[in-house]
Every structure is written in structure tokens, then in C-alpha cells.
Design a protein around this ligand. Structure first.
Ligand code: FE2
Length: 449
């Protein structure tokens, strides 16, 4: 049996002043050594060590832009309201849904998903929280009946044929990565890279395989936060995602001029340009990318799918095609000029990507169409909503929050996916500003209790 000090060794405060003292000065007095430590205290010690590490490794500065414009927090109305301010017409067969208002506390702020007739909010560093979608009450965290005790991905996927929820969770302690339920023949594992001069790999694991059975493919160094889709195509597993060469986490390093860093990182600069620095230039200029992993030859073919005119991220697609070969995806297009000034990603329009068609006059890149927004208007939370009974993959609508910074008005746009460049078929004016967010979900009303 191991005997350890009785009380937490370090203060739980993680302010820079408390951490600036040498760790040895915070050791408890000798008389406390020798008592058995409760489990909760051990956990507290561990949490403090992690805090100490993070605070010593990264310098968090105040970013004033997140308190301005549509990035600023908003007071929620706090109750369900009827919205009747609608331009255009919502199609009769548009699924009946409900708007989700995110809470701004307890780390459930990154995304929302529905499973088993229940709705959850989630962030990458905590268990999901079950919420009441009707009044936004929080019921508590969901540990999957006691079987999940680690962080939970903000991007769980639902297998279209079985309804199974595919989850994962990464942690700073072993096991570093755990995968949950899966459907389909293969599971695609990708790892985010944000250290320059290191390797990136993509792993493919058979559905009933284990960690030992993963086939690893070394790929060009990259950072991909959001995958579009993965599927089997003959001997190959195809992975598509919005790829960058760097990461906005943790952002510019301490002592770097933040303004200059974002100016360079959010804009495209050719690698041939004089003074090109891969650690900053175009580092967060994401573009759709494809990796083809040949399971027979173990070879990788990889390339960008679109040119350098626009950066785009936050992909969405018809969820019935998740894990299957898909023809279309939709992304939010970055306003590089505005983002480089604000240091926050502002998205100025949507793009429709047609993977099986080539751009006119260009055999290299795929076809792109755009739904442009007015000047000073930005979008957030783009989602594809399939038409009930729809047959074709793009039979449906794009639904998205759109905020006009000049008028301070938030609306929801409905765009016909097959008439993508045309005017929205409906614009729903919301009773108050909806701040920029990370992700959104469209949850049909009949899919929750
Ligand atoms: Fe995300």
C-alpha cells in the first residue's frame, strides 16, 4: 500500500501569481506526511498539476475582440418565444424544429447533439450535459450509465443505418484516446497536429479491431479540426477534411505581435514568397483536402481539393451519407480580411462543394458554388437539413444563423441546396442577437422527447 501526503500539495488556484512561486515552496509541512490521502484529494492534486503545466506552457492574454460585435456575450431571453418575423416562405415540408440557445457556463458551449430522444450540449473537455430543449434547463452531466469517465468529443457522429452514436475522448493521462461505439467496416482515427516539424498520421481501424490492429499512414504535416467525411472506395479509405498547416490553439506565442500574427495567419501566402514562414504564414487558412489511404499498398495520395482564393471550414453534409461516398458538402467561407483584423474567424458566405465535378477550366480542383451574404453580414452554425422523403443527396436546405453587424440584427437563413446561389427562400428574424458560435445542430422536433 502506498502512503502519500494527506492534503492537496498545491493550492487549487491557478493564477499566474500563485504559480510563479517555485513548486517546492508549496509543499505541506512534514507533520502532514504519512496520512492516507483520499481519492478526491488525489484528483485535486492531479488537476492542479495539469493547471500548473498549462499555465507555464501557455500565456493567456485578454483578447478584446471576443467582447465586441457579435462575439460579445448575450443575455438570453430565458423562455420559449414565438417568432413570426419571417421574410419569404418556409417550405411546407421543412421539418419542424426548434432553436437551440446555448448556455455559456459549465463547459457545454461547443456543440449540441441528440441521442436516444434526449438532447445534450458538449465541449471537448467534459462530459455532455443533458438539457431540456423546451426551456433550456440543465439536467446534469451524462456519463453513459457510468461507463464513460473522460472528456467527450464535440463531434459525435450518428451511423445513418443503425443510429449508433460514435464517440471518442482524448485526455492528458492514459489511455490518451478512447473510442466509443462505431458502425461500418472501418473507423477512421485522425490526430490533430500543432507542433511544427512533427509527424502527422492517420490510422484506420477495422470496426471490430483494437488498438493493435490500427493501420497507420504517415501523411504530410497538418492540423485538421473538422473532417467532412470518410468512406471506403475500393482498396482505399478516403478521408476529407478542412486542413491547415498550423493551429489557432494556443495562437500567437507570447511576445509575438498578435495583430501581425493573425494578419499573416488568416491570409493565403504562397510558399514561394520571399520571407515565407511556415509557422505563421497561411497557418490558419483552412481548405478542403483529401487523403486516399490504400489499404493494399499502404500508399497515400493527398491533395487540396480547392484553390487558394478562399479559406473555409465548419463543413456540413447530408448526414444520411456519413461513412458513405458522398457527392456534396457545404462549408462556411472565411472573411480573411476581417478575421485577420479581429483575430477571430468571421465567415462571410457559404460554399457548396461538388466532389465529382471539376471546376470549369481547371482540371485540378472540384466545383465550388457560393451563397454570398451582404457586406458586414456574417454566418455561424451552417447545417444541412434533408428534405423528408428526398432521394438525391442535395435534396434539402442549408439553415444558418446570419448576423448583420451594421443593423445588429440576427436572422436564420434557409437556402435551397439545389439553387444554392439564389436568394434565401426564407429569412427568419430572431427576437435578439445570437452571438457567433462554434457549431449548431438542426434537431427535428419529433426526434426528442
Ligand atoms: Fe469543432
Amino acid at each position: 500500500m502506498q502512503w502519500v501526503p494527506a492534503a492537496p500539495i498545491f493550492s487549487m488556484k491557478s493564477s499566474s501569481s500563485s504559480l510563479s512561486q517555485p513548486i517546492s515552496k508549496k509543499l505541506k509541512k512534514p507533520e502532514q506526511v504519512g496520512k492516507k490521502i483520499p481519492f478526491e484529494s488525489l484528483k485535486a492534486v492531479f488537476a492542479t498539476l495539469v493547471n500548473a503545466f498549462v499555465n507555464s506552457a501557455f500565456k493567456f492574454g485578454e483578447n478584446h475582440t471576443i467582447l465586441q460585435g457579435n462575439f460579445a456575450p448575450v443575455d438570453e431571453i430565458g423562455e420559449a418565444v414565438v417568432i413570426s418575423n419571417i421574410e419569404g416562405q418556409i417550405p411546407m415540408d421543412f421539418p419542424e424544429g426548434i432553436r437551440f440557445g446555448k448556455t455559456n457556463k459549465d463547459n457545454g458551449n461547443t456543440s449540441i447533439f441528440q441521442h436516444g430522444k434526449k438532447v445534450y450540449t458538449v465541449a471537448e473537455d467534459h462530459l455532455p450535459y443533458e438539457i431540456n430543449i423546451a426551456n433550456l434547463d440543465t439536467y446534469g452531466s451524462w456519463d453513459i450509465n457510468g461507463t464513460w469517465n473522460r472528456p467527450f468529443t464535440s463531434h459525435p457522429k450518428v451511423a445513418p443505418q443503425t443510429g449508433e452514436l460514435i464517440i471518442m475522448g482524448s485526455d492528458v493521462k492514459k489511455p490518451y484516446y478512447v473510442l466509443g461505439v462505431i458502425s461500418g467496416k472501418y473507423i477512421i482515427l485522425t490526430f490533430i497536429h500543432f507542433e511544427k516539424d512533427k509527424e502527422s498520421r492517420i490510422g484506420v481501424m477495422a470496426r471490430y479491431g483494437d488498438a493493435e490492429s490500427i493501420i497507420w499512414f504517415q501523411v504530410q504535416n497538418h492540423c485538421t479540426f473538422h473532417l467532412i467525411n470518410s468512406f471506403e472506395d475500393g482498396d482505399e479509405v478516403v478521408v476529407r477534411g478542412c486542413r491547415t498547416t498550423g493551429s489557432f490553439i494556443p495562437g500567437p506565442s507570447y511576445k509575438t505581435d498578435e495583430y501581425q500574427w493573425y494578419q499573416r495567419a488568416y491570409r493565403y501566402t504562397s510558399i514561394e514568397s520571399e520571407g515565407f514562414d511556415p509557422s505563421v504564414d497561411s497557418a490558419i487558412f483552412p481548405r478542403p483536402y483529401e487523403w486516399r489511404l490504400n489499404l493494399k499498398t499502404q500508399k497515400v495520395t493527398e491533395a487540396f481539393l480547392t484553390g487558394t482564393e478562399y479559406a473555409m471550414d465548419f463543413p456540413t453534409m447530408n448526414s444520411n451519407f456519413l461513412g458513405y461516398k458522398n457527392k456534396y458538402a457545404y462549408t462556411q467561407v472565411l472573411d480573411s480580411a476581417v478575421s485577420s483584423k479581429s483575430g477571430m474567424p468571421n465567415f462571410k458566405m457559404f460554399a457548396k462543394l461538388s466532389f465529382d465535378e471539376k471546376e470549369k477550366g481547371n482540371g485540378q480542383f472540384i466545383k465550388e458554388e457560393y451563397h454570398r451574404l451582404e457586406e458586414g453580414t456574417f454566418c455561424s452554425g451552417l447545417q444541412f437539413v434533408g428534405k423528408p422523403g428526398g432521394v438525391d443527396e442535395d435534396d434539402g436546405w442549408l439553415v444558418c444563423y446570419v448576423h448583420d453587424e451594421r443593423r445588429n440584427v440576427s436572422q436564420v437563413y434557409l437556402v435551397d441546396a439545389r439553387k444554392f446561389s439564389e436568394e434565401p427562400i426564407a429569412k427568419i428574424t430572431l427576437p435578439q442577437r445570437v452571438p457567433c458560435g462554434f457549431h449548431a445542430s438542426f434537431i427535428p422536433k419529433d426526434s426528442f422527447s
